[in-house]
Design a protein around this ligand. Structure first.
Ligand SMILES: O=C[C@H](O)COP(=O)(O)O
Length: 250
C-alpha cells in the first residue's frame, strides 16, 4: 500500500516571514492521517520553516541540490547543507531547471545519487513538452528520463524515490492532463521501473502527477489506480488551498 504524497513546490515565491506565516496557517490542518504532506521551499526559507513546523508531521523539501558535497561551485547548495537543516525531500530535474538552468538527464542522475548519499528523498520530475506530446513521444520521453534518473540505484533506493510526472504543457497553464491520460502515462512509468528493478520495487515507488493540480481536481487524480499524489505549484502557495489539497488526497 503506497502512502499518498502531496508536495507543494513554492518555486521562487515567499520571503522568510511569508513562509513562517504559511506554516502557522497549516499547522495541525495540513496533517491528515495516511497522507504525507511536504513543502518544498526556496533555500532562504528552509531554516525558518523547519523550525516553525517542528513537531508537526509536515516534512520540508528543497527544490534543487548540487551533486558534490562542497567545493568551488558559486551559488550552489549541497546535500550536506540540506541535511544539516533538517530537510527530508529534494526536487530534482524539474522541467524549469532543465529548461532554464541546463539540467540534463546526466546531472539529474548525479543529483539523485547525491540525495541518497545524504539521506534525502528525491522527487524526480519527468514529463514531455507539448511538441513531444503532439509527435506521440510522451511515453518514450518519460521512459528515457526515468531510466536515466534512476540509473545505478539499488532496488531499495528506487523504491524510496518519488517520481513526479509533469507534462510541461500543463505546468502553470490551467490546462491539466485528464486524470485518465495522466494515469496511463504513470502506469507506463511504473512498468519501466518494473523492467529495471523488478515488480516489487515498481509496486512500492510513488509516482505523482503535477500540472495545474488544484483543490477542485486533486481527488479526481487521486482516484486513479496508479497516481500516488501530486506535485503542486501555484495552488500550494496559500494555506487554505494547500490544506484542501492534502485533504483531497485522503
Ligand atoms: O512543481 C510543480 C509543477 O511545476 C506544477 O505547477 P502548477 O501546479 O503551478 O501547474
Amino acid at each position: 500500500m503506497r502512502k499518498p504524497i502531496i508536495a507543494g513546490n513554492w518555486k521562487m515565491f515567499k520571503t522568510v516571514q511569508e513562509a513562517v506565516s504559511f506554516a502557522e496557517g497549516v499547522k495541525g490542518k495540513a496533517e491528515i492521517e495516511g497522507v504525507e504532506s511536504v513543502i518544498c521551499a526556496p533555500f532562504t526559507s528552509l531554516p525558518a520553516l523547519t523550525e516553525a513546523l517542528k513537531g508537526t508531521s509536515i516534512k520540508i523539501g528543497a527544490q534543487n541540490l548540487h551533486w558534490e558535497d562542497q567545493g568551488a561551485f558559486t551559488g550552489e547548495i549541497s546535500g550536506v547543507m540540506l541535511k544539516d537543516l533538517g530537510v527530508h525531500y529534494v526536487i530534482i530535474g524539474h522541467s524549469e531547471r532543465r529548461a532554464y538552468f541546463a539540467e540534463t538527464d546526466e546531472t539529474v542522475n548525479k543529483k539523485v545519487h547525491a540525495a541518497f548519499k545524504h539521506g534525502l528523498t528525491p522527487i524526480v520530475c519527468v514529463g514531455e513538452k507539448l511538441e513531444e506530446r503532439e509527435a506521440g513521444q510522451t511515453k518514450s520521453v518519460c521512459k528515457e528520463q526515468t531510466d536515466a534518473a534512476l540509473k545505478g540505484l539499488t532496488a531499495e533506493q528506487a523504491a524510496q524515490t518519488v517520481i513526479a510526472y509533469e507534462p510541461i504543457w500543463a505546468i502553470g497553464t490551467g490546462k491539466s492532463s485528464t486524470s485518465a491520460d495522466a494515469n496511463e502515462v504513470i502506469s507506463y512509468i511504473r512498468e519501466q521501473v518494473a523492467a529495471a528493478f523488478g515488480a516489487d520495487t515498481a509496486a512500492k515507488i510513488r509516482i505523482q502527477y503535477g500540472g495545474s493540480v488544484k483543490p477542485e481536481n486533486v481527488a479526481e487524480y487521486m482516484g486513479q489506480s496508479d497516481i500516488d499524489g501530486a506535485l503542486v505549484g501555484g495552488a500550494s502557495l496559500e494555506p487554505a488551498s494547500y490544506i484542501q489539497l492534502v485533504e483531497g488526497a485522503k
